[in-house]
Ligand binder design. Structure first.
Ligand SMILES: [Zn+2]
Length: 185
């Protein structure tokens, strides 16, 4: 085993995450995503190596702590985080995939309102073969366009976001700012 999160130890070393580390609990750590899809994109990572949410070795205590952490940081993000335009997230999306790194972790991705033109266009394009034009128009008007599509768009385009226009030093400064915010209550 050579896991990206815990190496050969089978246990996450928080020092590895340096400037991305937020806080830890008994069984989990919370860190900022190395490649954030949005401002505040947070990872909750189980300390012990378990391959995914259905891992048969995942104990009840680990499960409880993992879910509790997801709940805690989702609430915190919703309350504290704003995007670069000062907008608050309408939702916090949670994705437990464990594809890239096969070690149990959850992505907490704030979804900011309202949707911009680029997002609306992408939504239209994405669903035009499935939905009627009128339905799409209505969904856009009501800002009710949620879900996988949004994550897909982030996954595809996140490198074009404000964060990646910054240099490495500025990116670390930005991370520090977010961590300070998340640790302030
Ligand atoms: Zn691991």
């Amino acid at each position: 085993m050579n896991c990206k999160f815990c190496g050969k130890n089978g246990y996450v070393d928080k020092r590895k995450f340096k400037y991305r580390f937020i806080r830890e609990s008994d069984y989990c750590i919370a860190v900022l995503a190395r490649e954030p899809y949005n401002r505040g994109h947070t990872l909750v990572i189980l300390k012990k190596h378990r391959c995914d949410i259905a891992d048969k070795n995942l104990s009840l205590l680990e499960r409880k702590d993992f879910i509790e952490n997801i709940y805690y940081y989702s609430k915190l993000l919703k309350r504290k985080i704003k995007n670069e335009k000062g907008r608050k997230p309408g939702r916090i999306y949670v994705a437990i995939l464990c594809d890239g790194v096969k070690h149990l972790h959850a992505h907490l991705i704030p979804r900011y309102h309202p949707f911009n033109e680029k997002e609306k266009n992408s939504y239209r394009e994405f669903f035009i073969n499935r939905d009627k034009y009128e339905d799409i128009k209505k969904a856009i008007k009501k800002q009710d366009m949620g879900g996988f599509w949004y994550m897909f768009l982030r996954e595809k385009d996140y490198k074009k976001s404000y964060f990646w226009k910054k240099n490495k030093r500025q990116r670390n400064k930005e991370r520090k700012k977010i961590i300070k915010l998340l640790n302030s209550g």
